[in-house]
Design a binder for this molecule. Structure first.
Ligand code: ZN
Length: 277
C-alpha cells in the first residue's frame, strides 16, 4: 500500500507543473524554496540537530554536518544551494579536509564544487552526480528538470567498508544502496551519518526516505540490516537529525519491510528539516 506519501512528494507535485516553464537553475531554486518553506511549516525539533563534537547546518531542508578534526573540518553533505552561502557562513573560514557525500541527490551535494578538498562519494552514485543516471519513479522527471549542480573538482568514488583518516579521525564508508544505487553512510566513533538511507522522521523509528524518492524500497531495507553488525550509538540523518541508539528500532523496520502491506509505510508528512536557514 503506497498511500503514505511524504511532504517531499508534495514538493514534487508543486514543482512538476513548472518543468515546462523553467530552465534547470530556476527550477532548482523553486524546489529549494518549496523545501525550505515546508521546513518552516513543520520543522523537526532543534534539539535533534545537536550532538557533542558535531555541528548541524540547515541548508533548505537538508542537514549538513560539520565534524571538527585536527587542522580543519570534515563536511558531511553539501546542501541544495550551489552558492553554499549558509554552509560557508557556518564553516567560518575553517579548512575543509574532505567532503563526504551520502548520495548524489541535488539537495545533498550542490555546494560540493566550492571546495578544494576531495569529494568522496559511493562509486555507484557517480553517474547520478554526473547527470548520466536515469532515475526511477517520480524522480525521473523531477531529477531531469532540476538538472545537476556544478561538478566538484576532485571526486573519489568509494566502496563499502573503505576506511579513511582525516585530521586524525577515522571515517568508514558503509554502502547502503536503495535510496540511490550508491547511497553511503559514514561511520565515525559510533556516529552513523545516514543520509537519506536511514532516517528517523519522528524519533521513534527508522526508515529509508519514502517510496517515490527512494529508488528501491526493498533494497533500502535490505541495506538497513547492515546496522545490526555495526558499532553505532547515534544516527545523524540528513533531514531530521539525531536519534540515539537507532538499532533499537531495527527489528521493527525489518518486520515492516518483510510485509508487502507495510513495506511502503512511512510516517511523513511529519516534521521536515530545520525550519530556519
Ligand atoms: Zn535523497
Amino acid at each position: 500500500m503506497r498511500a503514505h506519501r511524504s511532504l517531499w512528494l508534495l514538493m514534487v507535485a508543486v514543482a512538476l507543473p513548472l518543468v515546462a516553464l523553467a530552465s534547470c537553475a530556476p527550477l532548482r531554486a523553486v524546489v529549494a524554496t518549496t523545501e525550505g518553506l515546508m521546513g518552516k511549516l513543520a520543522p523537526a525539533p532543534p534539539e535533534r540537530r545537536v550532538h557533542p563534537g558535531v555541528e548541524g547546518v540547515c541548508t533548505a531542508t537538508s542537514i549538513n554536518w560539520i565534524v571538527p578534526v585536527i587542522e580543519g573540518v570534515v563536511l558531511i553533505d553539501a546542501g541544495f544551494d550551489e552558492s553554499g552561502e549558509v554552509l560557508l557562513r557556518a564553516l567560518r573560514g575553517r579548512r575543509v579536509l574532505a567532503v563526504l557525500i551520502t548520495h548524489a541527490h541535488p539537495d545533498h551535494r550542490a555546494a560540493a564544487h566550492l571546495f578544494n578538498a576531495p569529494v568522496y562519494l559511493g562509486a555507484d552514485d557517480v553517474p547520478l552526480l554526473e547527470g548520466r543516471y536515469r532515475y526511477a519513479g517520480v524522480m525521473a522527471d523531477l531529477g531531469r528538470a532540476i538538472g545537476t549542480a556544478p561538478q566538484p573538482r576532485t571526486v573519489i568514488p568509494v566502496k563499502d567498508r573503505e576506511v579513511f583518516v582525516f585530521g586524525g579521525r577515522t571515517f568508514t564508508a558503509i554502502a547502503l544502496p536503495g535510496h540511490t544505487p550508491g547511497s553511503t553512510g559514514w561511520l565515525t566513533d559510533g556516529i552513523l551519518f545516514g543520509g537519506d538511507a536511514v532516517l528517523s522522521p519522528t524519533g521513534d523509528g527508522i526508515y529509508p526516505a519514502p517510496d517515490g524518492v527512494t529508488e528501491d524500497m526493498r533494497q533500502a531495507y535490505q541495506s538497513m540490516r547492515k546496522l545490526e553488525r555495526l558499532p553505532i550509538t547515534t544516527l545523524l540523518d540528513a533531514h531530521f537529525g539525531k536519534l540515539d541508539n537507532p538499532k533499537r528500532f531495527l527489528r521493527a523496520a525489518i518486520a515492516r519491510a518483510d510485509d508487502e502491506d507495510t513495506l511502503y509505510d512511512h510516517p511523513s508528512p511529519r516534521p521536515v528539516g530545520c525550519g530556519e536557514p
